[in-house]
Design a protein around this ligand. Structure first.
Ligand SMILES: Nc1ncnc2c1ncn2[C@@H]1O[C@H](COP(=O)(O)OP(=O)(O)OP(=O)(O)O)[C@@H](O)[C@H]1O
Ligand SMILES: [Mg+2]
Length: 512
């Protein structure tokens, strides 16, 4: 059977930023009615290709054709008009308005100059219904969790017909890492919607670092490395090992070595002790000990209280019961500065809102926490500072390896590494890592996990939070299991502890 004509063809796409060639002559095509993964390591150029397609960045070379016609896409609005819809990870809707209003905002139907509210509600309900979603369009958007808000954003972007209201005007739907903060059920709901749209003929471009998800939902994939195209394959024809090798450009066994490692068994004395620590509405009072050199992993579903527990240990939230001792001394924990002073570092999952300053350089961002802990009146000598920064850029393989690059211009995964460097440089006694590998490609992920192991061998204690149970299990001496904002079990890792054991504990709320 002859292949149908691609709905979208990008040919010889070039995009340069000062000092970086983000895309050097990339070809990319997308067929109607397929879900197509765009794959590549952090910084490979995925988001840049998408931004060129959606009119965020002008092209420096190459052509784009839609339905066989050459197009110039000068702005996100022009992209939308041409039938290319994009849903970003951060939902840009108005939480106080109703779902229906959000779906129609900016294109409310009017009659005689008045907005037709009834029609908005009716049509919004039909759109939601047609896509098989169970959402009350009259409820405020904020009454739904972020995942549902994201679905609403998709409905908004694909649900509108061309100006005459006939059919869906969307030919191409772009989703750049939409699943990174969704739990399993939410992912399934999103996938259901994606399949539905695919079956209606929409071409979906999907970016995710979760390989299992790619294999579950995608039909075809395109792999980028270093701003160039390295291959386009049907998903069924390329297995995960082959894919990873294409992405990193070397054989996989160079990445191995993590499986064989033994957790050090001789963890030291108690470093951190929490007794009856809790916060109403955050997490029920819990007791917890972390020993020197111990990795304590936290397992639990999204919203089970993992981050809340970590925030109490860092003084980011105020406990209303209990106390914390670190190295034998009680710490007041009324603010993060108390925790930092006591040797606790917190690398947040939320690199945008709680972490990086996009307009500062990589160097400035890395040095921030160390400088703060020394006090702003005692600047770190330039030579020492530059040496430290260079060391961590190298250790974490931050790309570009340029301390003067602005952090906002780094790819998502590389930003995450800068945040990690910032906290490592303070040489904390306890390092709290909340989803440190989110948005990070497979190669860098293995590196970060190896780093955690070696830090623990050097005597650093680590509190490790990750959505993937295998990850927690592989790295942790002890696994704290959370459920409904309660610490329900603390399991000592060993041969009998498996992911299904942990899942059972999460499900039943107790360890048998
Ligand atoms: N606005 C910008 N200014 C300068 N350089 C940029 C800008 N945006 C991206 N880059 C650079 O272009 C390259 C590709 O980045 P891009 O964000 O496309 O990567 P990515 O494949 O999406 O990575 P990730 O998986 O980490 O999100 C990187 O070297 C990045 O530093
Ligand atoms: Mg990206």
């Amino acid at each position: 059977m002859a292949e149908p004509r691609p709905v979208l063809e990008m040919t010889g796409i070039v995009k340069e930023f000062p000092g970086v060639r983000a895309l050097s002559g990339v070809d990319f095509r997308l067929f109607p009615g397929e879900i197509h993964a765009l794959m590549g390591e952090n910084g490979a150029g995925k988001s840049t290709l998408i931004k060129v397609l959606t009119g965020v960045h002008p092209l420096d070379g190459g052509t784009i054709t839609l339905d066989g016609k050459a197009v110039r896409i000068g702005s996100p609005l022009e992209a939308q008009h041409a039938g290319i819809s994009t849903v970003y990870q951060e939902v840009n809707l108005c939480p106080n308005l109703s779902v229906a209003e959000n779906i129609f905002i900016g294109r409310e139907p009017t009659r005689a100059g008045r907005i037709q509210w009834k029609r908005i509600r009716k049509e919004a309900a039909e759109m939601v219904d047609r896509l098989g979603l169970d959402i009350d369009v009259t409820a405020p958007l904020s009454s739904y969790p972020l995942a549902v808000q994201q679905l609403v954003a998709i409905v908004r972007s694909v649900g509108h017909g061309d100006s005459d209201g006939e059919g869906s005007g969307t030919k191409v739907l772009v989703l750049d890492e939409p699943t990174s903060s969704l739990d399993r059920d939410e992912v399934l709901e999103l996938f259901r919607l994606m399949r539905r749209l695919r079956d209606e003929g929409v071409a979906i471009l999907f970016v995710s670092h979760f390989l299992d998800q790619i294999y579950e939902i995608c039909d075809r994939m395109t792999v980028l490395r270093n701003g160039t195209l390295v291959g386009e394959h049907m998903v069924a024809d390329l297995d995960q090992v082959g894919l990873i090798e294409l992405m990193i450009g070397k054989a996989l066994d160079q990445l191995e070595g993590l499986h064989e490692h033994q957790l050090r068994s001789d963890v030291g004395e108690t470093l951190v002790k929490a007794e009856g620590l809790g916060r109403t509405g955050g997490i029920a009072p819990f007791d917890l000990e972390i020993k020197k050199g111990e990795v304590l992993g936290l397992a639990g579903l999204l919203g089970s209280g993992r981050t809340e527990l970590a925030r109490l240990l860092f003084g980011a939230d105020q406990p209303d019961s209990g106390k914390v001792t670190i190295a034998g001394k009680q710490v007041s924990m009324s603010a993060p500065n108390d925790a930092i002073g006591a040797g606790v570092a917190f690398c947040s999952e939320n690199r945008k809102t709680e972490g990086l300053v996009p307009d500062l350089t990589v160097r400035e961002n890395i040095i921030l926490a160390l400088q703060a802990s020394r006090g702003w009146t005692r600047p770190i000598p330039a030579a020492q500072r530059d040496e430290l920064v260079a060391k961590y850029i190298k250790a974490l393989d931050i790309r570009p390896a340029n301390p003067e690059a602005r952090v906002g211009q780094l790819s998502g995964g590389n930003q995450q590494k800068v945040l990690l460097a910032r906290w490592l440089i303070t040489q904390p006694k306890l390092l709290i890592l909340d989803e440190p590998t989110r948005g990070i490609d497979v190669g860098a992920k293995a590196e970060i996990q190896k780093l955690v192991v070696s830090l623990s061998e050097d005597g650093m204690s680590v509190l490790y939070i990750a959505a993937e149970l295998e990850e927690v299990l592989r790295l942790s001496h002890t696994i704290g299991v959370l459920r409904d904002r309660k610490l329900v079990a603390q399991l000592t890792n060993g041969p009998e502890i498996t992911t299904s054991k942990i899942l059972e504990t999460i499900a039943s709320g107790e360890h048998q």
